[in-house]
Write a protein that binds this ligand. Sequence first.
Ligand code: IMP
Ligand code: MG
Length: 182
Amino acid sequence: MDDTEIHKKVEQILFTREEIENRIFQLAKWVNTTYKNSENLLMLSVLKGSIPFLSQLIKDVKVDHAIDFMTVSSWHGKTKSSGQIKIVMDLDSDIKNKDVLIVEDIIDSGKTLQKIIDILKNRQPNSIKIITLINKKIAAKRFIEPDMYGFKINDFFIVGYGLDFEEKLRNLPYIGIFKTEK
Ligand code: IMP
Ligand code: MG
């Protein structure tokens, strides 16, 4: 399948590979400016959805930094959030006195991130900020807002560029609206 061919489970492409990569380049510039005086930047990627975003982003991040990973589960293979959050795999590094930049694929209600931040704050980092590729506009209460985001979308269920439906479709080079079965 090439980039222009649309997957049968995708209703419509929202952002092409080129649009995503151009936007991530700008986000990297934001990271460079925001952390230009930071001695201890840690980019914390929330697995698994943020992997393609993180790997594209750090190509243009010029500030010295380390990366680390955390896995939480908040989504149980359905297209609706369960509201239950569990730490499946914790960070490897000590974040004390570090500038932590949480790298997320998408913020929906923000419940997942709120929980992650509560845990991280107890570990006395110097600062915590959030960058997310996608920021969903939802009608319901938002628990948290990102410091920076790539794209704002309406409340659709989307897949691709790391975002999955039942663990699949993360590999799509674009972001599209998932075709929900009738
Ligand atoms: P929140 O706690 O409601 O913000 O949910 C955040 C998590 O749910 C994200 O990190 C994703 O893993 C997942 N998620 C939310 N919306 C979508 C979507 O449209 N497509 C795929 N996964 C989603
Ligand atoms: Mg996620």
